[in-house]
Design a protein around this ligand. Structure first.
Ligand SMILES: [Zn+2]
Length: 317
């Protein structure tokens, strides 16, 4: 211990809390008053400084101690995060009961930033800040429905919406091309039309106008029956407007005489009784409802014929 250390009793220490449980009423003056009044109305205002900047939140004097002007400037509400600090486990006194950031937010048009809570939508206690939280992040205030003229009129800042999930509908025109147009014209007449390749002899239904094996154009038209064999299938438990019920079966069907299978519904049999090798036939809608669309065929139904042996379909799976 140094020889010149002060002798005597330990310094007295007492813990105090300065608290106004019932609220502490004070007048705020014209500048802060204007700020809070605008907050109550859902607006952010700053004040023009003598040097021409915009001080937000406004104060009577700028950082240089210069008195501000009496010109108020609406700023934001959008703003940019200039700095932040993550609170992974909020305490009772914090404005949010889930992880959030204390952030400095500089509203558009302001030259200074306000410290406020930034809610980035993290709910798991103790969670790390999301990667999207960064300096430069664009944010907006989330206003309380009931505002009183207090900084708490802003519940928190929240990131700008950059992604949405919304019902959507796109209208578009599909150009079927010559080959598919010809195929759908056949379907509109109740016929399955395909092409046979000159080189390999394979038959393609629907035809695409070329053989994918040989890369040559195909032109020889063949008509196939509306019967075929299930090669593979899937049982679906998610409703589909085209399917009569759930569960339903979608299957690859190899039309008799075709060398590629086409995807269609299978119905008229419980889903758990559909089999690879099962023989099926197209169930057409009433003829007066036909158009140039595959919807002319409701689905394929079992013919009742014996199943086809696996060996004869294994090359088409
Ligand atoms: Zn070919």
């Amino acid at each position: 211990m140094p020889s010149n250390a002060m002798e005597g009793p330990e310094p007295l220490v007492a813990d105090h809390a300065l608290e106004f449980p019932g609220g502490y009423t004070r007048s705020v003056g014209p500048v802060i008053g204007r700020f809070l009044t605008e907050l109550r109305d859902g607006r952010l205002v700053g004040v023009r400084t003598a040097s021409g900047g915009v001080l937000f939140p406004p104060a009577e004097y700028d950082a240089d101690g210069e008195a501000v002007t009496d010109e108020y400037v609406e700023v934001g509400p959008g703003g940019t995060v200039t700095s932040w600090s993550w609170v992974s486990r909020p305490r009772a006194v914090h404005p949010l009961d889930r992880p959030f950031a204390w952030a400095l937010v500089q509203p558009d048009g302001a030259d200074t930033a306000i410290l406020h809570a930034l809610d980035v939508g993290v709910f798991e206690p103790g969670a790390d800040p999301p990667k999207s939280l960064r300096t430069g992040m664009r944010v907006r205030p989330k206003w309380r429905a009931e505002r009183t003229g207090s900084i708490k009129d802003i519940e928190s800042f929240r990131p700008d919406v950059t992604m949405i999930t919304a019902p959507s509908r796109a209208e578009y025109r599909l150009n079927a091309g010559r080959a598919l147009t010809r195929f759908l014209t056949g379907i509109s007449e109740g016929r399955f039309l395909g092409h046979r390749c000159d080189v390999c002899g394979k038959v393609y239904v629907p035809m695409r106008g070329l053989c994918p094996v040989d890369g040559v154009p195909t032109t020889e038209e063949v008509e196939l029956p509306d019967t075929g064999t299930v090669t593979t299938f899937a049982v679906n438990n998610i409703p589909d407007p085209r399917a009569p019920e759930v569960p339903f079966v979608s299957a690859y069907i190899l039309l008799d005489g075709s060398d590629i299978s086409l995807l269609a519904l299978v119905a008229g049999i419980p889903a758990d009784q559909v089999r690879m090798g099962m023989r099926v036939k197209a169930a057409w809608k009433p003829r007066e409802e036909w158009g140039r669309t595959m919807e002319n065929i409701k689905w394929f139904e079992p013919t009742g014929e014996p199943d086809v042996p696996f060996d004869s379909i294994k090359d088409y799976l």
